[in-house]
Design a protein around this ligand. Structure first.
Ligand code: MRU
Length: 345
């Protein structure tokens, strides 16, 4: 994996003649560093190590991983299953990863008869399409969601569901961006999002660059501000949404949703259709990733816990549908009963 510090316009992920270039999200906001992945194993490692993260961005990375794997292979018939499996094993919760790999597999199956050069070209084109579509989808999510954001109030968000978590614009932050573009006078409270600090490191960085009024809070302050009356709504992203509207998202989302309902604050989930997993009847079936204990015992490399302490580190939780006011997608806004409304979308 090649690393370089560039002063180019920030792009989360791009296909270039040198390979798949992505901004290293583990080093933000201190350093703006881009890494170039030159084969599918490097793309898989970038997803696993969270150089790239966020459900839609992981999907785009997986699509590009398949494409770069195809470019490097002389025998796709035997290599394609290995490439897809390697990428699929990186992270278990965000369904966009598996959605993107399945999409690339379908393109491969449809075009393999045309020969190696043609199938490679089709896979590269499809990966570029996945990326371009994601930006357009997020803008549509923003258009559908902006009207729901109360004017003159604060929006609370958790984790990072922004441009960095997608190919651009963001889902939850896309709704916020669209509301600001509509002329709404809003500000944002960003939960820091322990242990990986996506809120402090990424959401705060992104929104500050956009000139959107943002206040960083620690996760345990959310209830206090939800009770205060200043929060007009909560908007978060999602990693996987089950058929009944249960939502898997970054750990801590469930607590925010319960506190929002307790205080009559609307709780919105913004996500593309590719985040829906209608094969699952309920959120209990969503696999939850357990990450390394060092993410909890250390803060930015500094050891903050006693040696040998037991640690639990689930990266996601599931918010039951009863706490979800609406799910905002590129095709429209779904409300309860979600089993029907999500299928209609
Ligand atoms: O572990 P991460 O940083 O990949 O988790 C990201 C989230 O939970 C996001 O809220 C979700 O993927 C939606 S991103 C548009």
């Amino acid at each position: 994996m090649n690393v370089s510090t560039l002063t180019q316009t920030i792009e989360t992920i791009e296909w270039t003649p040198d390979g798949v270039v992505m901004i290293d999200q583990t080093r933000l906001p201190r350093e703006t560093v881009f890494v170039t992945c030159r084969d599918y194993q490097e793309v898989a490692e970038a997803i696993r190590s969270m150089i790239i993260r966020g459900a839609p961005a992981i999907g785009v990375a997986a699509a590009m991983g398949v494409a770069i794997g195809a470019l490097k292979s002389d025998n796709l018939e035997s290599d394609m299953p290995v490439i897809c499996e390697t990428l699929a094993k990186t992270r278990p919760t965000a369904v966009n990863l598996f959605w993107a790999i399945d999409r690339m597999k379908r393109v491969y199956d449809e075009s393999k008869a045309a020969g190696l050069a043609a199938v490679r070209a089709r896979l590269v084109k499809e990966a570029a399409l996945v990326r371009a579509e994601d930006i357009a989808i997020n803008q549509a999510i923003g258009r559908h969601g902006a009207g729901l954001v109360p004017d003159g109030k604060t929006v609370l968000t958790h984790c990072n569901a922004g441009a960095l978590a997608t190919a651009g614009f963001g889902t939850a932050l896309g709704v916020i961006r669209a509301a600001v573009q509509m002329g709404k006078k809003i500000d944002v409270f960003a939960d820091e999002t322990r242990p990986f600090l996506q809120g402090a490191r990424l959401t705060a960085w992104e929104l500050q660059r956009d000139g959107i009024d943002t206040t960083l809070i620690t996760d345990n302050m959310a209830g206090h501000f939800l009770k205060s009356g200043r929060i007009g709504c909560v908007v978060v992203g999602a990693d996987r949404i089950a058929g009944n509207g249960d939502v898997a998202n970054k750990i801590g989302t469930y607590s925010v949703a319960v506190l929002a309902k307790e205080n009559n604050v609307p709780f919105y989930v913004a996500a593309p259709i590719s985040t829906l997993d209608l094969t699952l009847v309920s959120g209990d079936q969503i696999p939850i990733e357990e990450r390394a204990s060092q993410e909890v015992t250390h803060v930015q490399g500094v050891h903050v816990a006693p040696d040998g302490i037991k640690v639990a580190n689930p990266a996601f939780d599931v918010t039951p549908n009863r706490y979800v006011t609406a799910i905002i997608t590129e095709k429209g806004v779904a409300r309860a009963p979600f089993t029907e409304s999500l299928r209609r979308l």
